[in-house]
Design a protein around this ligand. Sequence first.
Ligand code: G6P
Length: 487
Amino acid sequence: MESNTRRLVVVSNRLPAALALEDGRWQVRAGAGGLVSALAPVLRDRGGMWIGWSGTSDPEVDAAGLLADFSSEAGYDLYTVPLTADEVAGYYFGFSNEIIWPLFHDLQTRCRFDPDYWRMYLDVNFKFAEVVARKTTPDDYVWIHDYHLMHQALFLKSMGVKRRTGFFLHIPFPPPDIFMKLPWRWKLIQALTEFDLVGFQTLQDRRNFTGCLHRLMPEARVSGRGAVVSVDMGSRTLRVGAFPISIDFNQFADMARRREVADRAFGIKEALRHRKIILGVDRLDYTKGIPERIRSIKTLLRRYPDLKGQVNFVQIAVPSREEVDEYRELRTEIEQLVGRVNGEFSFPGWVPVHYHYRSFPPDELAAYYLAADTALVTPLRDGMNLVAKEYCACNVDEDGALILSEFAGAAAQLQKNAYLVNPYDLEGVAKALHRVFHWDKEERRRHMSRLRDQIRRNNIYWWVDSFLQAGIAKNLGDFPAADAMTY
Ligand code: G6P
């Protein structure tokens, strides 16, 4: 059966719609984050099913009922896995957000290796697998996403349920020296080898994974060339590949061409008195390097005083995981830094940093992308970073510049035409900002048009086809990689 005729079943922690309590009433809201924004257009396009957690643990809430309208409008089925408050605390806030998230982003000092988290992670994975087993058939392609659900294939097998399974990790996979710190390293890697296909964002992530396999399961034999390779485990074979995720390029470009969006972009520029706009857009997360970015703006204004009054830095920070202490502390730190930089440099008629702590509707965000002269995308570590790609897609006039952290997965693809920086190197980032400030129109156009061509070609539909092909192709051959993916 071909990949595009099998029914696609997506399984992820979050659904594309989340329930939120607003003014005492439960509302359905579009979900945030890279995973949801990448996959929602795919299911809208081809139909299928999405299984995930509703985002609430309140037993009184009729999640299925509330999501029914969303599901019929979206054109695919949604099934929720109900989770109790304890389960959410241990599996989501605990194991996923306090262990795997920091560890896989090379920030192991932030990990809390609490064994209760691990137990709850296993229990919840089992619960998810039971729903997957019930709602799917052997003809479906079951595509599991992200670090919350790494035990799905193992549990389906233990229940005797045969399914074709693929797993995609949206965040980086750490090198062996870091992965080995995980107390449950062997069980976790063994669970991952139970999928038929395991996909990563970059070749480097894939190499890290096979490096860990090498250390922990020396019997595993890797063979093949190209973006997808085979791993012979003795009794079975799995495939492991690099598939850099992308965006619905045309959707963003079309949105940026809309009259209202262009008017809004003009309004933003006018409000900032047509000064050059440097833009940062992120979930408020410690992996995104927001404090370092603000410090590099401070360095810019100190080092290059000619830019005072010439530029505005606009940071949009989308609230995220607010229940976790570290995220609340980070928010305070950012607010203090913004205050300090503005306190040091502002003068009547000019405030250098404009900081927004809220989520923006997509067309408002597109207007900011369109208005910005430079996108400053400087995560300390990131699986891919879709903001970098969204900015380019919206840059329909091709006169923007992308400054990108070399530690974002996107750098492995966009390194030739983005200006790569080390986010920890404040002077290097300031220098990059100063350089692109002086790029002429032609230089900006040349880089941006190449970035846009590349993202247009390797868009989200290319990504899905590429993953599903790797999942079902009889022979892998020299499986084609994304254009210009060098590491
Ligand atoms: C990243 C992860 C996603 C996650 C998103 C938002 O993009 O890869 O799996 O959904 O962050 O985080 P949250 O914890 O709110 O789901």
